[in-house]
Structure formats: C-alpha cells, structure tokens
Design a protein around this ligand. Structure first.
Ligand SMILES: *[C@@H]1O[C@H](CO)[C@@H](O)[C@H](O)[C@H]1NC(C)=O
Ligand SMILES: *[C@@H]1O[C@H](CO)[C@@H](O)[C@H](O)[C@H]1NC(C)=O
Ligand SMILES: *[C@@H]1O[C@H](CO)[C@@H](O)[C@H](O)[C@H]1NC(C)=O
Ligand SMILES: *[C@@H]1O[C@H](CO)[C@@H](O)[C@H](O)[C@H]1NC(C)=O
Ligand SMILES: *[C@@H]1O[C@H](CO)[C@@H](O)[C@H](O)[C@H]1NC(C)=O
Length: 429
C-alpha cells in the first residue's frame, strides 16, 4: 500500500517540470541543506533569508555565529496560521536551558501569551538583551546536494524566539528582522537541523565579498562543494584546529603565534594565557564584527610589523578611521587573488597548517587609491583579545564540526581560483 503511494508520488514528481517541482516540498531525508547569504552594502554585514510560517514568508536575518537562537521580531507582520507557543515546563522549554515562565498583559498575538517559555535574546550589535517568547513554526530550507538539490524541505516545528521590535535597534541592515543564530545551543539552527534530519551537527560557512552574488551556509554531510565538478576545489579544507566554546556560547580557536611574511611577530602570547600545554590567545570567530579586532598591544605590534614588511608603499597620514595604518595603493600590485600584501599567518594550537590571511582579506580599499590594514584596535580590556571579523572570513570556507569540536579552514579560495559566490542555488539535476 505505502509502496504504491510512493511510486505514484514519484511518477507525479517525475512528470512535473523542475520549475513546478521547486515549489513543492518533498517528504524525503536530504543529506545536506543550504542557505543563501548576501553581503549588505551599507553595513558590510552578512544576511541570510529563511522561509517561515504558513503561508511561507521570506525572513531576512543577520548571520550570527555566536547567537544561541533564531530570533525575529514577531510584533510586525507575523500572522502565521501554524505558530505554536510551548508552555513553560514543556520539553521544548527544557531543551533551551535557561528560561522563565513568561506572562504578557497585551492582547494575545505571536510573542504574547501567558505561561509560555521566556528566553533571553541578544542583539549582537547593540549587546541589548530582551526577553522573548519561545515559539515554533514551520521553516522551509533548500536541499544543497544530490538528486533533490534545489528543492525545499520543511521542518514543521522549528523552535525560535519571538522578540519584541525594540530589540532590533538601528544598527541592523535595512529589512533585517532578526538573527540567524549558529551558536552553541541545542536549539541553534545547526543543532535543530541535525536532530531533525539525523545529520551530524556540522555546518560550513562561506561568506561572499560580493554585493551582488550570494555566499552560502551548508548544513549536514560534507564535503561542502562550491564548484561541484571542479576537482581542484571540491575539497578546499587545508587544515583543522580545535574549537572551544566560550562562556557566552561563542566559537573560539587558539592562536599560539602570529607571523607576517613568515617572520614571527615579536610578541609574547604568554602574557594572555598560559597553561600546562603552552601559551595561546583565544580568538573568537565573529560574523557580526566587520573587521578583526585586536587587543591594543597585539594591534600595535601587528600594525607596525605589517607596515615594516610593506615598507615600499608610502603610508597615508593620518590613517583612515577605524584603521591603524593605510597605504598609497599605487605602490601595491593586484591580481585576481587580491592585492599583493605580506601574508599574515595565525599559528593555531594543534593545527598542522596556519590560517593565512592574504591580501584580499587583509587590505581594505577604504577610499579610492587608499588601502588600509583591515584590523581595528580593540582597546586594553576587550572581552576577547582577538575577534576574527567577517572581512577576514570572506571567500574562506570554514567547516564547524561540532561533534568533533574542530574547525576546518580553507584559506583564501581566490588562491584556488574560486570563491564563496560560486555555489549555484538554481541548479537542479
Ligand atoms: C508589513 O507588510 C506590509 C505589506 O506586506 C509591508 O508594506 C510592510 O513593509 C511590512 N512591515 C514590516 C515591518 O515588515
Ligand atoms: C495573561 O493573564 C493576565 C492575568 O490573568 C491577563 O490580564 C492577560 O490578559 C493574559 N494575557 C494574555 C495574552 O492572554
Ligand atoms: C594536516 O591535516 C590535514 C587534515 O586533517 C591532513 O589531511 C594532512 O595530511 C595533515 N598534514 C600533515 C603534514 O600532518
Ligand atoms: C599615490 O602615489 C601616486 C604616485 O606617486 C601619487 O600620484 C598619488 O597622489 C598618491 N596618492 C595619494 C592618495 O597620496
Ligand atoms: C546554475 O545551474 C542552472 C541549471 O543547471 C544553469 O541553468 C545556470 O546557468 C547555472 N548558473 C550559473 C551561474 O552557473
């Protein structure tokens, strides 16, 4: 009986054209899913789009590696027929960890019910925290590989948080109504997709440098392929390093030294952290920090050493804020790999290969004809001594393997003559 229904379904689907097919969401187990990511021109932040609710509505969300939740503003325009609100003490509530029994005196609407699960949501740009109501609704995500790539699958009861409008603030890109949290939490997007589809908790992040072509986030089984069929780039990961989880849930890696042009930066990392297994600096990887931010003393050492290694290019005085050193671009040659700048290597703990920041990720065209080193001064008491920002992540594939607590990195894909913008979202078999 079931088999004949399946056969009938298969027959129907094989008759429909791919264009019609892409509107249907099929009952099958995909092994990889993808989300498109655009770069916002005004803020240089990266935005994804998730389809949610009944009927499905496209929801632009800020990509945040270190946020626990998918949260969005439910006060405006959220009128889904399938919204549910788990009550406090329910299993969904237990799954998110810390929560409160939420009450709401305003008229009932998504985000405002009594005795639901109240969870704290964070705006990563303003650092505001506001209580939101835990909600569930269906979301629909595109299949990324294999026979059904290009089609969409539904997750019927995806858990997220309904935040009030006032959490959004001014700093978010226009149109963005919330945050797509990829952090360390049982209800963050990678963990929910993994438990729903039986994937390993693993995802790949590839941010684009282009304002017109999409980057991509992969979920599920690897290897994550940007240009399927191009054998040289089908497995771009060059090295791995352990990931540790910070006390606010962010992803850290451990930097044991920095070198520029293969010369070690004269800087003692042990002034930051030393344990039995050596000294290192914890570096947070952040998609919501546009440029890498360094503790003042690391910043000063790096800026000076970089300028010494690029001594043939005249400096522009004063440097353009927020950067520490800028150069006349006429003296720096360029190619499809980006400007020819001294390479900056982050030497990683237990890593057999360094993370190399090459010209396309180090020099920023801050004004016409002026390149600046794309690092900013984090002051003398930053929360994290190194925050690797999104400009330095662009056109690098990062593979977060949460089951094995390790990060795989590719270094600049431009060196392999590809980029994060080569994933074809419209290809169907
Ligand atoms: C709400 O929807 C209306 C009509 O679709 C649209 O014009 C308006 O911009 C939306 N408001 C927000 C805040 O998204
Ligand atoms: C929540 O309960 C309070 C007090 O019983 C009531 O005034 C309020 O209308 C209720 N809120 C909702 C959204 O039902
Ligand atoms: C470095 O790690 C990669 C990935 O695990 C591995 O393929 C490669 O063989 C390693 N190289 C060395 C020199 O150990
Ligand atoms: C850069 O150098 C060129 C050639 O010497 C010069 O013409 C130009 O004015 C300089 N640009 C700036 C911004 O200083
Ligand atoms: C993506 O794939 C589709 C279908 O295979 C093809 O028509 C389209 O040209 C491709 N787009 C790019 C940018 O390669």
């Amino acid at each position: 009986m079931t088999t004949s229904i399946l056969k009938l379904l298969l027959l129907i689907f094989s008759i429909l054209s791919p264009v019609v097919l892409s509107k249907y969401r099929l009952p099958f187990q995909p092994n990889a899913l993808v989300l498109p990511v655009t770069k916002d021109t005004a803020t240089a932040l990266h935005v994804t789009n998730i389809h949610k609710g009944t009927p499905l509505v496209a929801t632009p969300l800020l990509v945040d590696l270190n946020n626990k939740f998918l949260w969005f503003n439910c006060e405006k325009n959220y009128t889904s027929a399938t919204y549910q609100f788990p009550l406090c003490h329910s299993t969904q509530c237990a799954r998110v960890g810390n929560h409160y029994c939420h009450k709401c005196s305003a008229p009932a609407r998504p985000g405002c019910h009594n005795d639901t699960c109240g969870v704290m949501n964070t705006n990563p740009l303003t650092h505001w925290n506001v209580l939101g109501e835990l909600g569930q609704d269906s979301v629909s995500i595109q299949v990324g590989r294999g026979q059904n790539s290009g089609l969409y699958v539904d997750v019927p009861q995806f858990i997220f948080s309904c935040a009030p409008s006032r959490l959004l603030g001014e700093a978010l890109p226009t149109d963005v109504v919330g945050v797509a949290g990829l952090g360390h939490n049982s209800v963050s997007i990678p963990h929910q997709l993994a438990s729903h589809f039986g994937f390993r908790p693993k995802f790949g992040l590839c941010l684009t440098s282009s304002n017109t072509r999409n980057g991509v986030i992969f979920f599920g089984k690897g290897p994550y392929e940007l240009d399927p069929g191009m054998s040289t780039v089908s497995r771009p990961i060059v090295g791995y390093t352990p990931i540790t989880i910070g006390h606010r849930g962010g992803y850290h890696i451990q930097v044991t030294a920095i070198s520029i042009n293969n010369k070690p930066l004269p800087f003692d990392m042990s002034s930051f952290f030393r344990n039995k297994r050596g000294s290192f600096v914890k570096a947070l990887i952040s998609t919501t920090t546009p440029y890498t931010s360094l503790h003042h003393s690391i910043f000063m050492a790096t800026t000076k050493f970089f300028a010494d290694q690029l001594s043939w290019a005249p400096q522009i005085q004063p440097p353009i804020s927020p950067f520490g050193v800028c150069f006349n671009s006429s003296y720096i040659s360029g190619s499809w790999m980006g400007p020819a700048a001294p390479s900056i290597n982050l030497v990683l703990r237990n890593g057999n290969v360094s993370w190399t920041i090459s010209g396309a990720n180090s020099l920023v065209l801050a004004r016409p004809n002026i390149y600046c080193l794309g690092f900013v001064d984090g002051g003398i008491r930053p929360r994290d001594p190194i925050v690797i920002g999104s400009y330095q992540l662009e056109n690098n594939l990062l593979e977060f393997d949460l089951a094995r607590s390790r990060l795989g990195f590719s270094n600049s894909l431009l060196l392999k003559r590809t980029s994060c913008a080569t994933f074809n979202f419209t290809s169907t078999p």
